[in-house]
Write a protein that binds this ligand. Sequence first.
Ligand code: PLP
Length: 443
Amino acid sequence: MTELKQERRLVTEIPGPNSRELFERRNKVVARGVSTTLPVFVTDADRAILLDADGNQLLDFGTGIAVTSVGHADVNVVRNASAQLAKFTHTCFMVTPYESYVAVCEALNELTPGDHEKRSALFNSGAEAVENAVKIARAYTKRQAVVVFDHGYHGRTNLTMALTAKVAPYKDGFGPFAPEVYRVPMAYPFRWPTGPDNAAAEALAQTKTLIEKQVGAHNVAAVLIEPIQGEGGFIVPPDGFLPGLAEWCREKGIVFIADEIQSGFCRTGDWFAVDHEGVVPDLVTTAKGIAGGLPLAAVTGRAEIMDAAGPGGLGGTYGGNPVACEGALGALQTMKEQDLVGKARAIEAVMKDRLGKLAAADPRIGEVRGRGAMIAVELVKPGTKDPDAELAGAVAKHCHAAGVVVLTCGTFGNVLRFLPSLVISEELLEDGLNVIEEAFGAV
Ligand SMILES: *Cc1c(COP(=O)(O)O)cnc(C)c1O
């Protein structure tokens, strides 16, 4: 663990010569399907800063896609995981168990919404958690259909490709996909045809009609939704939509699954994004921010639903690996000790203020949205809602050249998303926002 001064500092162009050489090497051996946003090779990282192979210090507004929310090389994560690494790395929890897996499940059962009796199961990746949540919902309801939303993203495995909305690059050429998946409209305020004020009620009404007339609510095992959509463009559903959906699921005996893989663990200024409206899902899927960068994922939910899958029906060789579990316990400690819920809210206040002013002066920014440290701007051709993906790419490129790692997203590729570490200093946050502002000025 190296302590890096928390400042952006460029000593070469981005990417520098060493990174360019490594990237050439990479291209000869790594499959083309695995893409790279910014071909800068990282050699070290500390809190909000990445150090690259050329000695540049980059400001990380991507956190490896909302993963290192507690900051890079968080002391509690490093201490816990290192100590575990020196003891044992694997036994398989299904063969001979260890305490940290149990402790992570206890923490998840306590932190996820609702005070009902809960159970958890641990996995390796977000997609795996989503797949298992669907398995569990089907076992419990003895029904098959799964309802998902426009712009939704749930992973890259076969079932989760089917659950994901966007064809390119996620699904193109990779079919056939798993059956019994039905897609309904997402309450997307910015693009709702009759205006943002109607989005919640109309999307909800359309969902109910579509499902009741075309699928039959009695055939639906689960409704699966990201409470704030991630890859789809940081789409925040209007108040009332999630509670209405949860209530309808309850009425119809449908398992309501919140995919909190990107939005969970303090990221949105609550422990989970559903907490914002007090929605209590039946099942919650988590991953990304859970363990400070170590691969871990989970399904947590009502005991009677979780226990519907019989012994041996859930699991996997590596699920809930002891090093990852120790990392998660360290990350959770940091979230609590450093009040990362509060930090995320403070980040939101700064970002919304700065980006709001920028948007007021720049008609290419159609909307500033998001919650906590999950903030995005949707870019359009001025005076219209026509998506401007080219502009999003150009602004991102400018930020990258200036040493700020930003990501794009959205069904139309026209959303710039910002996912800073929750432990970022206000000075660095302002520095990143200055670069974004300059980028809009320059392109
Ligand atoms: C990233 C993501 C997934 C998939 O997680 P992986 O760990 O990449 O498999 C699923 N759902 C949401 C909402 C995500 O953001």
